[in-house]
Every structure is written in C-alpha cells, then in structure tokens.
Design a protein around this ligand. Structure first.
Ligand code: FE2
Length: 358
C-alpha cells in the first residue's frame, strides 16, 4: 500500500513538473528533469518569474548545488503571470513570484496573491524601504530610471532635472517607451507623490510634446534610436545601459559608448529608483524551500551576481557594487516610500490616458 502511494506521488509530481515547465523546452527534457528531481526526495521550489537573464539561471543552479532543492521555473510576461496566479487560485503550483517593479508587486499583494513571510535573514538583508510594510514582498535588486544622451550632440549640463525634458528646446528629441509600461507608470507615480497631480500631469504633457516618435519598443530600443540619430535623449533603466555596454555584440557596445547617463534631480528630489522583487504565494505548497530560496537571493553571494552580471544595484547594503555601478558614482535617490508607487499607479495611468501618451 505504502509503495503504491509512493509511486502515485512520484507520478503526480512528475506530471505537475511537466505541466509547470511545459511552456518552455521539449517534453522529453522535462520528463528527464522530473525523474531526476523525484530521486531527490521531492525537495523543490516552483517559481514564476518575468526575469529572463543568464544571471538568474546561474543563481538557480548555485542554490540547487548548495541545498539539493530543485528550482522549477516558469518564465512569462509579468502581467500574464499575475493573471495566471489569480486564475489558478489555491491550486497553483507556484510557490514564488518574481517580478520587476514595485507597482506590480503591490498589485499582486492587493490581489491577495502573496502571504507574509517572517524571516530575520530577509529583514536583515533587505532594508525597510525595499520591502512591503507587511512583509508580503521583498526587493531583490534596485534600478534607477535615468536619461541617456547622445554624447556628440548634447551638453549634459543642460539636463539636470526630469523637468528639463519638458523644455521646448528638446522638441522632437525625446525617446521613451509606452505609458502602458509599468516603469513609466511608477516614474509618474513618484512625481505625483513628490509634486502633486497637477505638476505630474504637466510633466507628462511636456514630455509627450517633445517626443521624437510615437512610443514603441523597450528601453533598449530607445537608446538604439538615439544612437541612430532619431533623437537626442532616451529615458531608460540603468541596467539596460549596463547590458549594452557589457554586450559581446560590438554593435550594441557601440550604442552604449555613444551615450552618456544623467542621474536627474540631484539638486532636487533625487533620481527615481525602483526594484524587482519576490513574494511567497498565498497557497505555496513548498513554503519552507521557498523561504530558503528567498533568503538565498538576498544573500551577499546572490546579490553580488545581480550587481556584477546584470548591472542592477544590490538591495543588500553589505554587498559591494560592481566596478561599472561604482563608476556611475553615488547619487541621491527619491526619498519616498516605494510602496507608495503601487498605491498611486492608477492615478498615473489616468493621467497618461487623459493626455494621450500611449
Ligand atoms: Fe526591465
């Protein structure tokens, strides 16, 4: 009887692993992986993530080597993963969700997808402002939203503030992605928090009036467009610039080398920062291994990798930054509660809709 139930449990686990990894590679590989994992007394953690970086893959591997816990990964677009978690409800296989931007982490919390985690390791590694006040999500990496400029055409002294982007002299010169993107929503949410709705709206209007083209593509595409002469200034997250600069592709490297970075509002409210982060799902089946994995990602070893290999700022203050990040120098950041960006998200979306920044 015991043997039968064990075989059954193994079969169920194998099946669920196939389902979980099904959106990725071939089924044969999945079956092999599943078989390997069942040999390991079913110590697993199941992760939904919108991150698609080699750094992350390497970290999963290190974690498995250290603990024997297998990391099963479903990659997808963040909003789709959040919808999927909602749809799957308590039957979800996912123990953890990793997603970029506090706006999304907040949304997942409000949607009731997370549960609080009480871990001294996490609260010691992740400073208060980089985690949810109720400990339902924890930041893993920090990024700044900055301005990249064409070195051969722009005097960086002319742009000290985000507000400078609204000046008439930049008409037809600014490249920025769609307002449907959470990074731009959080950026505007930060201005709402700091300056109020009216001023935030005036900023969005001013930038819209100066756009070089209708928004298309991601942050990297905006930098490529500036390098190609389609405009002079691009709004981008720092790690995209870092990735171009460190690229093996000489064309990409050339793009970054033609650009400089401005960390805006150093004499004002500070540069906008955001996080990518992680939360334990409400009905996580592997709670213990999941928390172990969260703690691992906040550890100095993992944090160093995020900094060295993906050019994101570590959340863990004990971790030394990579040479590239250090080369950007210290900068003043907006002094606002990050959770506020999530709360103000709908206000930001409304403003973008009203003014017609698509
Ligand atoms: Fe990103």
């Amino acid at each position: 009887m015991k043997k039968v139930s064990r075989i059954l449990a193994t079969a169920i686990l194998a099946l669920s692993l196939i389902a979980l990894t099904g959106c990725g590679g071939g089924e044969t590989a999945n079956k092999e992986e599943a078989a390997k994992s069942t040999a390991n007394e079913s110590k697993v953690v199941n992760l939904y993530t919108d991150r698609h970086y080699d750094t992350d893959e390497a970290l999963y591997k290190i974690f498995t080597e250290q603990t024997g816990i297998k990391v099963n990964v479903v990659k997808g677009k963040s909003d789709e993963l959040i919808e999927r978690l909602k749809r799957e409800g308590k039957d979800t296989q996912a123990d953890l969700l990793i997603t970029a931007d506090v706006g999304r982490l907040h949304k997942a919390k409000i949607d009731g997808l997370f549960q609080a985690v009480s871990s001294e390791i996490l609260t010691n590694s992740v400073p208060e402002n980089y985690r949810d006040p109720d400990n339902q999500w924890f930041g893993l990496t920090v990024r700044a939203r900055v301005i990249a400029y064409a070195k051969d055409r722009v005097d960086p002294a002319k742009i000290a503030a985000y507000d400078d982007l609204t000046k008439p002299e930049w008409k037809g010169k600014i490249l920025v992605r769609s307002s449907s993107n959470i990074y731009n929503q959080s950026l505007l949410a930060s201005f709402i928090d700091i300056n109020g709705e009216e001023k935030a709206k005036a900023w969005a209007k001013g930038v819209l009036a100066n756009m070089a083209r209708r928004p298309e593509g991601g942050d990297t595409d905006q930098m490529i467009a500036v390098a190609a002469g389609q405009g002079d200034l691009a709004i981008t997250n720092t790690y995209y610039y870092g990735r171009l600069l460190a690229s093996d592709n000489p064309e990409e490297k050339k793009v970054a080398e033609s650009l400089g970075l401005i960390f805006p509002d150093q004499n004002g409210a500070g540069t906008h920062i955001n996080i990518s982060g992680i939360g334990l799902t409400k009905d996580a089946k592997n709670k213990e291994t999941a928390i172990q994995f969260m703690e691992f990602l906040s550890s100095e070893k993992a944090q160093k990798q995020f900094s060295e290999n993906n050019h994101e700022f570590p959340v863990n203050p004990k971790v030394e930054m990579s040479e590239l990040l250090k080369s950007w120098g210290d900068f003043k950041t907006q002094n606002i509660k990050l959770a506020k960006l999530g709360e103000l998200n709908s206000h930001a979306v409304k403003i973008y809709d009203e003014i017609g920044w698509r």
